[in-house]
Design a protein around this ligand. Structure first.
Ligand SMILES: [Fe+2]
Length: 299
């Protein structure tokens, strides 16, 4: 369960004041004092009941740019991601809202259990708040292959009501979200760590208590697949080398995937058999899965 942070803040602060304050104090989730200071700054912003409506109005009127977040239209970036944090507002539609009816719950990550590969502070800003089924797990005990038992421990179901402030801990807190009763908004301070792309963020299958997939493939994995797919000995040799020696498990796995994509069923099975014996737990676990898939697909 994310850590509940008491909220006794009665003062309010504008978005500009909050950004200035956060630039001054920073947000380091590893330090208790920093978490407290940042949480108070976020609570003061949440006490400004007009800033977000004004900002949305300015965007609609063309007086303010609509920042592209990369998280879809549900997320509004409130500060440029400079340094080690950025501010974001998230809109959580209810089941009665047209956008949810037309786009579907999955579009808004409802019913998609996941952890996070970053720490973040959040506060309920408006409405009854999205509901979460909260779980915890031990990241260090999970390798990350599909079907691996995740050791999830259920904690509770609760809503992010107005003013409620939580610290979501990277690689520890898992939640499966449900729509709020009526449209709601949360505000976040997200910690940015240059190394976080190399640390997995997982999706989970709650029914079976397993890892279902990795949510944050890196661009390096994609580049490797493209390079191998475009052909030539050089990329294949590089993939072979990465498959044996790359310090990232995910890059090792990507090197096998890239070569398997070009292979027929027999060659792919032989490649994944090699992967099973590679001595790497992630690659070996995933290889078992892939070989079973190939066997199932055989006539
Ligand atoms: Fe989440």
């Amino acid at each position: 369960m994310p850590r509940l942070i008491a909220n006794a803040e009665t003062r309010s602060a504008s978005l500009e004041e909050t950004i200035d304050e956060l630039h001054r104090i920073g947000f380091d989730p590893q330090h208790e004092g920093s978490v407290d200071h940042a949480a108070r700054a976020l609570q003061r912003l949440a006490n400004d009941r007009e800033f977000l409506g004004d900002l949305l109005l300015d965007m609609l009127a063309g007086r303010a740019a609509s920042p592209q977040s990369g998280y879809g239209p549900q997320a509004i970036v409130l500060s440029p991601p400079r340094g080690e944090w950025f501010l974001r507002a998230n809109i959580w539609p209810s089941e009665r809202d047209t956008c949810l009816k037309s786009s579907g719950a999955a579009h808004f990550v409802y019913g998609a259990p996941h952890d996070h590969n970053f720490d973040f502070l959040t506060v309920g800003y408006f409405g009854p708040g999205y509901v979460s089924d909260y779980y915890e797990y031990d990241y260090e005990r999970v390798t990350g292959w599909r079907g691996e038992a995740a050791g999830l421990r259920f904690v509770e179901r609760s809503a992010l009501s107005e003013g409620k402030t939580l610290l979501y801990r990277a690689h520890r807190d898992v939640h499966s979200q449900l729509p709020p009763e009526t449209m709601s908004v949360s505000l976040n301070i997200l910690r940015i760590d240059p190394a976080q792309a190399w640390c997995d963020q997982y999706g989970f299958d709650l029914e079976h208590g397993i890892v279902s997939h990795v949510l944050n493939p890196t661009s390096s994995e994609t580049f490797l697949r493209c390079a191998v797919g475009l052909g030539g000995e050089g990329p294949r040799d590089l993939a072979d080398h990465f498959g044996r020696h790359h310090p990232s498990d995910r890059m090792r796995l990507a090197s096998f995937e890239a070569r398997a994509m070009l292979a027929d069923a027999g060659e792919a099975d032989a490649l994944w058999r090699t992967a099973e014996k590679s001595g790497n737990r992630l690659v070996a676990g995933e290889a078992k899965f892939r070989r079973a898939e190939i066997e199932t697909a055989l006539p």
